[in-house]
Design a protein around this ligand. Structure first.
Ligand code: HEC
Length: 76
């Protein structure tokens, strides 16, 4: 849906949840330069991340990447 609106940071869509009508709001989670401090090159991650998250796969992000979506439902 956000892919159809590449320039939209956020989007309201009429929706339904468990039979209740309302509006759903989507917002992009975009990678910024600041994210790369912890999500950049594997070897460049801070020590506390290497120690605390041995299974970490959230590295090698690049600024501008679309990483996910926030979604909230607001009932009418
Ligand atoms: C200070 C370090 C730090 C910064 C800066 C940071 N993150 Fe994270 N991020 C983490 C840690 C630690 C986790 C893992 C949390 C957990 O698993 O409990 C995480 C997890 C994530 C995840 C989930 C990974 C997955 O697939 O499970 C995403 C997506 C994410 N971060 C995106 C971002 C974005 C986008 C930014 C910048 C807006 C950002 N992070 C900035 C430390 C950071």
């Amino acid at each position: 849906m956000m892919l159809e609106h590449p320039s939209a940071m956020g989007l309201w869509v009429r929706s339904e949840l468990g039979g209740q009508s309302g509006m759903r709001y989507f917002r992009r989670i975009v990678v910024e330069e600041a994210c790369l401090a912890c999500h950049g090159a594997k070897d460049a991650r801070p020590q506390f991340i290497k120690d605390g998250y041995p299974e970490d796969r959230a590295f090698d992000f690049e600024a501008g990447d679309l990483r996910g979506l926030y979604s909230v439902f607001v009932p009418d």
